[in-house]
Write a protein that binds this ligand. Sequence first.
Ligand SMILES: *[C@@H]1O[C@H](CO)[C@@H](O)[C@H](O)[C@H]1NC(C)=O
Ligand SMILES: *[C@@H]1O[C@H](CO)[C@@H](O)[C@H](O)[C@H]1NC(C)=O
Length: 307
Amino acid sequence: MRATTCCVLLATLIYNAGCDNWQEWWTYDGISGPGYWGLMNPQWNMCSKGRRQSPINVEPDKLLFDPFLRQIHLDKHKVSGMLHNTGQSLVFRVDKDTKNHVNISGGPLAYRYQFEEIYIHYGTENQQGSEHHIHGYSFPGEIQLYGFNKDLYHNMSEAQHKTQGIVGISLMVQIGDTPNPELRLVTSSFDKVKFKGASTPIKHLSIRSLLPDTEQFMTYEGSTTHPGCWETTVWIILNKPIYITKHELYALRKLMQGSQEAPKAPLGNNARPLQPLHHRTVRTNINFHQQNNNCPTMYKEMHYKGR
Ligand SMILES: *[C@@H]1O[C@H](CO)[C@@H](O)[C@H](O)[C@H]1NC(C)=O
Ligand SMILES: *[C@@H]1O[C@H](CO)[C@@H](O)[C@H](O)[C@H]1NC(C)=O
């Protein structure tokens, strides 16, 4: 406990001294782990105080069918970028000089969002990995596509702490024999980003082709799952997993948190623990009612008449 207080204090001091290297500090375990993110940096206080946080466990029998949710639109064309081992996660970011950005709109979104980055979360064992859980089940991995609100903001760093700033599209990753071919473009580069700080280019990636073949999704309002946990994220969880092979997962599990000289621990298990729902609604475009299930719905049998 004393070591913790001391570290937090030290971190605060460094922050106050104008340390601009904050991205380096946090981890997924120990005294810089998720329980302390909110204490490490005043700008991250939502990580401990927030009540609309992510990830969450999605309970299928508590989903609310919303007939007004539209289809999600994501542009087809390909983008190029860099895959980074940040020491905390595996992150793909589109090239800064990209001219033809991939737009995300529709679904629950009131604005047009510009796709910007992919975060890859995974476990070192098959029983865990995804940040969001479905009915208490954790998938071996989760791929999160982040975009920022292009109608209101200039870039991700501006949008992430502003209202309606971000969209997160969540793809659950399951182990299978027929892997997602687009994912292969990413997985084939894993061996080039084995250590922290390593990055490698990935060219002509179609974000749209990464998506599973479904129009069904769940959506709720939450936060980024990494610091500063800003409650500016509209989450969209697609209702089908995409597949990764055992072999690809094996390559992923070889990545390390540290450098070649000091590799530290494996990069996996980079999932923030589940956050309480606190009376939020998780909506879906899946019409359980039509499928003769007894699920909550926004369709009402009762009508009010105005005069
Ligand atoms: C994406 O949105 C931008 C405006 O933010 C627009 O200029 C561009 O044409 C859109 N791209 C496509 C492929 O529709
Ligand atoms: C993001 O946009 C803001 C506002 O225009 C600007 O001040 C800032 O420098 C930009 N940041 C990056 C990383 O481009």
